[in-house]
Design a binder for this molecule. Structure first.
Ligand SMILES: Cc1cc2nc3c(=O)[nH]c(=O)nc-3n(C[C@H](O)[C@H](O)[C@H](O)COP(=O)(O)OP(=O)(O)OC[C@H]3O[C@@H](n4cnc5c(N)ncnc54)[C@H](O)[C@@H]3O)c2cc1C
Length: 443
């Protein structure tokens, strides 16, 4: 499996997956070259600097789930890695609910009828022998019962993924509903169990933004090992191995090993000779969600105290707002703040992104109407598109994609990792582990 003498590992894409691969390669003294279509590293995990403001391309935090990955980030960021305690909330029916849902907050904010329904449904759920849910709607009903699910989860999910919840795979929960049900909520209420697995308010965050993790990786790898503005357009193969790689007008022959992190649909369409029509048909029918990030600069020191606020109701076109300053005070000047409003949309439906000016007007009007801000406080705004933000995991997706990954598995010298490359709802800690494991095989 290891590389031939004097050969180099070719890594496609310099997002978290490509960077982590190159980072571990360098640690193991494996020469590697990264090819990146844009002019910066980080993919969907960048921190943008705009004057005195900094914000991430999405409400990122580092989840302390895998010891090795956490240690790696601690090593990279050092003393600038903060442990942040900032709870998130759900805004629904003009009220704020704890996120993840807490029993006290439900009891405090909902009416008697709803509470009675919720308790009845969940007592029934606790005593029921659970069957394995086959779609997200079933999973939500099993964990929270119908009423709570419909109030907060189903509507939010349908807005985020743009599909009815019963057509979505259970994995879109990203394991967040694992070990969660009304019984855990009761336990938490009675015993104030701060260590509950699902609590989301405590996380690691680099002082100068999430993207600095990947900037540190870039520094370690060295700029001379990254080719920017180099979109990979062709991978020539002999059915068993990738033999040539084309980016821009440059052709590289004598390829030893390749790690690809490109969205799987782009990768398949880069293969030459072309894969069988059946494979192309499948891949051309998978869908991604993109994300519009509307950044609004405010002439106030603070918007809220929360890491993020979720908006499940369909009257709000956006799904979530986060305030970078609540992750680290280095993200905005002392007397000002900014918020980032996330609005998802189908990649295929709006290839050029959302109509930006219109969206800002809609978002700002809604925030003003709902008394989150007033117009005089707005001192500027910006729009950013995060492409390939979410692979849309419809039910049966694993089986549908099986022929694609089985086709890609035929290539002995190519490895696939990353969120849109594997078409999996994974996070950076998962990606670190995948990268480390592949590089260990190549040592
Ligand atoms: C809104 C949002 C919030 C998130 N929150 C968190 C969080 O809190 N914690 C967490 O751990 N994760 C979070 N994630 C997930 C995280 O962003 C992804 O897991 C991560 O970005 C995936 O990395 P990747 O390298 O697989 O893909 P990407 O980040 O998409 O990077 C792919 C790279 O490949 C490049 N590329 C594409 N085509 C070509 C080509 N033809 N040639 C060369 N290069 C190419 C792209 O320019 C890009 O740089 C979040 C994601 C989103 C969208």
């Amino acid at each position: 499996m290891s590389l031939k003498n004097n050969s180099c590992l070719h890594i496609l894409g310099a997002g978290p997956a490509g960077l982590a691969s190159a980072y571990y390669a360098k640690k193991c003294e494996i020469p590697a070259m990264l090819y990146e279509s844009s002019n910066t590293v980080g993919g969907n995990c960048k921190t943008i600097v705009d004057g005195d403001y900094r914000y991430d391309t999405g409400a990122h935090r580092f989840h302390d789930k895998l010891d090795h990955a956490t240690k790696e980030v601690q090593e990279l960021i050092g003393d600038d890695l903060l442990k942040v305690n900032s709870p998130s909330m759900i805004f629904s029916n003009n009220r704020m609910f704890d996120f993840p849902l807490g029993l006290l907050s439900i009891l405090r904010n909902l009416g008697g009828v709803d509470i009675a329904k919720i308790l009845t449904e969940n007592i029934f759920n606790i005593s029921r022998i659970s069957s394995k849910p086959t779609n997200f709607k079933d999973l939500a009903y099993q964990v929270y019962g119908k009423t709570l699910s419909e109030l907060f989860l189903i509507n939010y999910t349908e807005k985020l993924w743009g599909r009815p919840a019963h057509t979505l795979d259970v994995n879109i929960s990203g394991n967040r509903l694992k070990n969660l049900n009304m019984a855990t909520l009761f336990r938490e209420l009675l015993f104030s169990n701060d260590n509950s697995d699902h609590l989301d308010g405590s996380f690691y965050y680099p002082k100068y933004g999430f993207g600095t993790i990947f900037e540190k990786m870039e520094n370690y790898i060295g700029e001379s090992n990254i080719r920017f503005n180099s979109p990979v357009t062709k991978l020539v193969h002999d059915k068993k191995n990738i033999v040539e790689l084309v980016y821009g007008n440059t052709r590289i022959t004598d390829i030893d090993k390749v790690i690809t992190t490109l969205p799987v649909n782009l990768l398949i369409n880069c293969m030459e000779p072309s894969p069988p029509e059946k494979i192309k048909d499948i891949v051309n029918n998978i869908k991604y969600r993109d994300l519009n990030l509307c950044v609004i600069y405010l002439d106030i020191p603070s918007f809220t105290e929360n890491a993020s606020i979720y908006f499940p109701e369909p009257t709000f076109p956006f799904t979530r707002i986060y305030e970078p300053k609540n992750r680290s005070n280095k993200m905005a000047p002392e007397d000002k703040t900014c918020i980032v409003v996330e609005t998802p949309y189908d990649h295929e439906a709006l290839p050029d992104g959302m109509p930006k000016k219109e969206l800002f007007q809609i978002i700002s009007n809604i925030l003003i109407e709902n008394k989150f801000i007033n117009r005089e406080q707005i001192i500027g705004h910006k729009d950013i598109d995060a492409k390939y933000a979410y692979p849309i995991l419809e039910t049966g997706i694993k089986e549908r994609l099986e022929p694609i990954f089985s086709y890609l598995g035929n290539f002995e010298n190519m490895y696939t990792i990353g969120r849109s490359a594997q078409f999996k709802y994974i996070h950076t800690h998962d990606i670190f582990m995948q990268a480390r494991s592949i590089i260990n095989k190549l040592k």
